[in-house]
Design a protein around this ligand. Structure first.
Ligand code: GLU
Length: 323
């Protein structure tokens, strides 16, 4: 039996969407629309100090302008509501309780400065900095009590001693050694749940079968897979698409205001041009031409997406801004 495929786009509302985010969103949407599946939008506003409701509203409006729609999510509703992570903390707490009951969580009192001073710490996954050397893993109860009087603990998930291997739908087999991964934080000392825990709990609760996201998160995947296993959940298929870079090869960031959808829209750019540019960069069209997201559904493939970055030339940007 063919399982109904479910995919999602999950932006963090800490800034405006730029053309790189549009690239990822369009890839995720096309993959699912081509497969006749269901597409979800989830707002990852778990970090309240960085997230703003106004950015979430603007992101939603920009995605609609691009021509995307979603079967579940903000404005559409759905059986997995709420679709804002800030309203889902009880689910993260439940997962944490389960991990604690299974002995997979321990309190950690190390500060960033402590960790930075350990020169011998092995280099870890780039998305989370250096790999945690396990300092607080084996503290005695007395040591824990002594620490508690001076400092609030963060909570770390204990990885097993195994290396991790998984098949990315675009990059094929990925191997991560035990020393690269390290025990990672699932709840910070200030009470904030980590991205790794929240995203895993939500993708599972929302029955996502296909996670397609930016290549900067490729090395988060072994950690999320470890959480799926520890929580007894079935993992989705993962696919990681290239990030967009400028002509010099530097990846675009939320700080580059000129390439946000908001700025492009304010300057009169049309969505069919942005979609056409993305289609050309992804190899779905062989020349620049305006096209709608809907028209691209049969054209989607990932044959040319097996790389970390795609550069956008100045000439392509000029074409985008022509009306
Ligand atoms: N919220 C994350 C971001 O905006 C994406 C998470 C994911 O797709 O797994 O970078």
């Amino acid at each position: 039996m063919n399982m109904l495929r479910r995919g999602r786009f999950a932006p963090t509302p800490s800034g405006l969407l730029h053309i790189g985010n549009a690239f990822t969103a369009l890839c995720a949407w096309l993959q699912i629309r081509q497969a006749g599946g269901q597409f979800l939008l989830r707002i990852e506003d778990i970090d309240k100090s960085r997230s703003r409701p106004a950015f979430a509203e603007r992101q939603i409006d920009d995605l609609r302008w691009l021509g995307l729609d979603w079967d579940e999510g903000p404005q559409a509703g759905g059986p997995c509501a709420p679709y804002y992570q800030s309203g889902r903390e009880q689910l993260y707490e439940n997962a944490l309780e389960r991990l604690k009951a299974d002995g997979r969580i321990y309190p950690c009192y190390c500060s960033r400065a402590d960790l930075a001073s350990i020169a011998s710490a092995p280099h870890g996954l780039s998305s989370e900095g250096t790999s945690y050397p396990g300092l607080c893993r084996h503290l005695t109860n007395e040591e824990r009590h002594a620490n508690e009087t001076v400092k609030a603990a963060s909570l770390r998930f204990m990885m097993t001693d195994e290396s991790s291997s998984f098949e990315d739908a675009i990059h094929r087999v990925q191997n991560f050694g035990r020393e690269e991964m390290g025990d990672f934080i699932v709840k910070r000392a200030d009470g904030m749940f980590s991205y790794q825990l929240a995203v895993t709990v939500d993708d599972a609760a929302m029955e996502i079968t296909d996670v397609l996201r930016g290549a900067d998160l490729l090395d988060s995947t072994p950690r999320q897979l470890a959480l799926y296993a520890a929580l007894g959940l079935k993992p989705p298929r993962f696919a990681h698409v290239p990030l967009l870079a400028d002509a010099e090869g530097s990846r675009l960031s939320k700080r580059d205001k000129s390439l946000t959808l908001a700025t492009l829209r304010a300057e009169g750019a049309r969505p069919e041009r942005l979609v056409g540019l993305i289609a050309c960069l992804a190899g779905w069209l062989d020349r620049l031409e305006p096209v709608t997201a809907q028209e691209l559904i049969p054209c989607f493939h990932t044959k040319q997406l097996n790389k970390p970055l795609i550069s956008v030339s100045d000439e392509q940007l000029r074409w985008l801004q022509e009306s």
